[in-house]
Design a protein around this ligand. Structure first.
Ligand SMILES: [Zn+2]
Length: 440
């Protein structure tokens, strides 16, 4: 029995409850941003506490799941496919007696993101019972067996799951792709899922609308081309935890005899991620890297830790070395432009997805205005973290499930029409839970 509390006809917000006899597990527990945006305009209008999320069904009103509810736990565990907030950020609310299962590096990312953010009722993950798994583990939980299998996505330690139930196997893709730097991981998931002969495949469909043909290799080639053709500063924005993209920029910078300047936050996360040897990340004081210091009156402990490194540079120093660096920054770091004042001949590379909603477009316009003001052209160079339609079809043909539930897409009908000649597609219904708590 599957209940969808999020992820239906929306990108992310996955919260899937799988119930088999008296065992109940939650697959992902992410924030539903589309729902949240209907009621909030952050940071001016934001929820004060959990009631502001429960009221509108942004957080499903379930009994025995949350830390602010003192009834006995009603679920046996939460399984996280990866660390992105649309899959994981509601775990802060989980009852501390309920175990959360995720990959080792997912735990590292969740912890370092939480440490570098202001602590609020939504970012506090203190006291959570986090158990880590690896590919090939089989986790017995009540009457269920859960097998995590690595997949390739735009963040390390992403997994899909095969859940063995009393009514056959259920496979869940999480978020995955076949055009990334580690496509073989996704192929492993597809192969294992095929062997499990699943009755149900719960499948992401982000790119069923807005498809593209690209790869991380292509991103690398394009980024290299822009850097080599630039005489002034190169500024670039990409996701903090996207290790493949970090490496793309790091390599391209080195090839072009530039050093990659990263923010203190990026440095902190990178340093923590080095615990995962498979990621092969450089030390943060490697000579190919510099860390740019934000000028503030007071620094938090994690910032002080980073400041002890010798390659930390002030905005003034960054300004003087701008023609020989690539500066990786987030949207919020564009403020540094006032200090750095990039010279003529500088460029900006936007290496993340283009805005998908009105709110994102408003933010994007502000970025464009800043770049306009400082005279930096923008290059859009990106490849998606999600599988493309034809590859999605190939994956489903290989796995051959009896039935597919499309999730993590704003276009489940399109998904269904595109794939109906290959497989039975059933569009799940989101369970509407507002106001009154419902017993599981
Ligand atoms: Zn997602």
């Amino acid at each position: 029995m599957l209940n969808f509390y999020g992820g239906v006809a929306e990108i992310g917000g996955n919260k899937l409850l799988l119930e088999d006899k008296d065992t109940r597990i939650m697959l992902d527990f992410g924030m539903s941003y589309s729902c949240r945006r209907r009621f909030y305009f952050e940071p001016f209008l934001s929820p004060r506490d959990e009631r502001g999320l429960l009221e509108f069904g942004i957080l499903p009103n379930l009994r025995g799941v949350y830390r602010f509810d003192d009834s006995e736990p009603s679920i046996d565990g939460v399984f996280l496919s990866h660390s992105h907030s649309d899959h994981a950020s509601c775990i802060s609310f989980i009852n501390r007696r309920i175990p959360i299962y995720c990959g080792e590096t997912t735990k590292t990312i969740l912890k370092s993101l939480s440490e570098t953010r202001a602590r609020t009722f939504e970012t506090d993950i203190e006291g959570l019972k986090i158990e880590t798994f690896r590919t090939g583990d089989k986790i017995k939980i009540g009457g269920l067996e859960v097998e995590p299998i690595h997949v390739d996505h735009s963040v390390p330690a992403a997994y899909g799951f095969i859940i063995y139930t009393s009514e056959g196997a259920v496979a869940y893709t999480g978020d995955l792709r076949t055009h990334g730097a580690k496509a073989e991981l996704t192929q492993d998931f597809i192969e294992k899922s095929r062997e499990a002969k699943p009755t149900i495949l719960i499948c992401e469909g982000t790119n069923i609308s807005g498809a593209d043909v690209s790869s991380e290799d292509e991103v690398k080639r394009k980024v290299g081309k822009v850097i080599s053709g630039t005489d002034g500063l190169v500024m670039a924005t990409f996701s903090y935890a996207d290790v493949d993209r970090f490496k793309t920029f790091h390599e391209a910078s080195k090839t072009n005899k530039r050093r990659l300047a990263i923010s203190m936050r990026q440095a902190y996360i990178l340093d923590r991620l080095r615990a995962d040897g498979k990621l092969k990340l450089p030390e943060i004081d490697d000579e190919s890297l510099i860390i740019f210091q934000k000028m503030k009156k007071r620094y938090s402990p994690w910032e002080e830790e980073i400041q002890s490194h010798l390659n930390v540079k002030s905005p003034e120093e960054i300004k003087s070395m701008q023609d020989s660096i690539v500066m990786a920054c987030s949207l919020f770091d564009v403020k540094e432009l006032i200090e750095i004042r990039p010279g003529s001949g500088s460029n900006f590379i936007h290496s993340a997805s283009e805005p998908v909603n009105e709110e994102g477009e408003i933010e994007f316009t502000k970025l464009l205005n800043w770049l306009d003001h400082f005279g930096l052209p923008m290059y859009q160079i990106h490849c998606s973290g999600h599988i493309m339609p034809n590859e999605l079809k190939d994956m489903i043909m290989r796995i051959q499930p009896k039935k597919v539930y499309p999730i993590h897409t704003e276009h489940p009908e399109l998904f269904s029409k595109f794939l109906s000649r290959y497989v039975k597609v059933e569009i799940p219904r989101r369970v509407e839970l507002k106001h009154s708590a419902i017993n599981l």
